[in-house]
Design a protein around this ligand. Structure first.
Ligand code: UTP
Length: 294
């Protein structure tokens, strides 16, 4: 049994990034040279998955266009001899099929994931948030591979990625309570809280935007009660799995893996600077510029 499919929810409004997200998806904002969602797709493809379902919404059309091979543009680039740019467009040849489903009303991340039910056909699948990059300028496929291996070997209902964060940032993320360390960096999950304040946070370990789910998640989503804002929170659905005694595990990001969250300006700016500094062509001069400036 192998995991072949992934869902990328990209239907959120991105309110925290207004006005930049007024008419364009936050998942298409550039980090270095590429839009955020391209890193996510490359990470998934690199981990060996073959089918990607985007949960999209209004104003998200440009994501579809980005992954659609533009034959005319390639012809023009060939004719004008722009070979280095043609190289940059190679992502259009990725060995994956894309599918799209629309979330017409923004009813929360769990609602977005529930729309994947038909395509997943009773198989385990990966869920990767479209506004978070794992790794540096080169995507890290290793995290998803570790998560999928552990998930399948242990017949898990959910295996999610976690990352240690500064305590003052817990209010931004789903924060988890882990139990036993089963093997290096892999824990049982005992509980989780969505965006807690510092006093309520059970730890400084945050969910890091990557999940592997068995189809059991769909039943849990069906039983999830909407929050005060009327949204179905994925952390609540995972909480139901834990309560019912289903096997839920957490895999800690290793030292070379970092989660870049693009959903707020503070971490988006950090991500852009890190990636721009790593750029093969411009990183060096940018470093000089910044050190002069600072
Ligand atoms: P966020 O929790 O950051 O929500 O979503 P958001 O609505 O995009 O951002 P703000 O809070 O308004 O600034 C995390 C990921 O889940 C998707 C988003 O597109 C993002 O990639 N999402 C969220 C959905 O697909 N549907 C939803 O109903 C909510």
């Amino acid at each position: 049994m192998k995991i072949k499919k992934a869902v990328i929810p990209v239907a959120g409004h991105g309110t925290r990034l207004l006005p930049a997200t007024k008419s364009q998806p936050k998942e298409m904002l550039p980090v270095g040279r590429k839009p955020v969602v391209q890193y996510v797709v490359e990470e998934i493809e690199g981990a060996g998955l073959k089918q990607i379902l985007f949960v999209t919404g209004r104003k998200k059309r440009s994501i579809e266009d980005h992954f659609d091979k533009d034959v005319n543009l390639l012809k023009e680039l060939h004719q004008s001899g722009k070979s280095s740019i043609i190289q940059e467009m190679k992502y259009q040849e990725l060995n994956v099929s894309f599918y799209y489903v629309r979330q017409s009303e923004q009813k929360g991340l769990a609602d977005a994931v529930s729309l994947a039910r038909d395509l997943m056909e009773n198989e385990s699948f990966v869920c990767a948030l479209g506004d978070s990059i794992i790794g540096g300028s080169r995507p890290s496929h290793n995290l998803l591979k570790r998560m999928m291996d552990f998930h399948l070997k242990n017949n898990a209902a959910c295996t999610l990625a976690i990352e240690r964060i500064p305590r003052e940032e817990v209010f931004r993320y789903g924060v988890v309570q882990v139990g036993k360390e089963l093997e290096k960096g892999v824990f049982t999950m005992e509980g989780l809280v969505e965006k807690p304040n510092i006093e309520e946070a059970p730890s400084d370990l945050a969910i890091a935007a990557r999940y592997v789910f068995s189809p059991a998640i769909f039943e849990a989503i069906d039983l999830t009660i909407p929050d005060k804002g009327g949204e179905l929170q994925l952390t609540d659905s995972i909480g139901l799995l834990i309560k019912k005694g289903a096997p839920v595990f957490a895999v800690l990001l290793n030292q070379n893996e970092h989660r870049y969250d693009i959903g707020n300006y503070e971490s988006y700016f950090r991500a852009f600077v890190d990636f721009a500094l790593q750029d093969e062509k411009y990183g060096h001069t940018l470093r000089h510029y910044l050190s002069r400036k600072l």
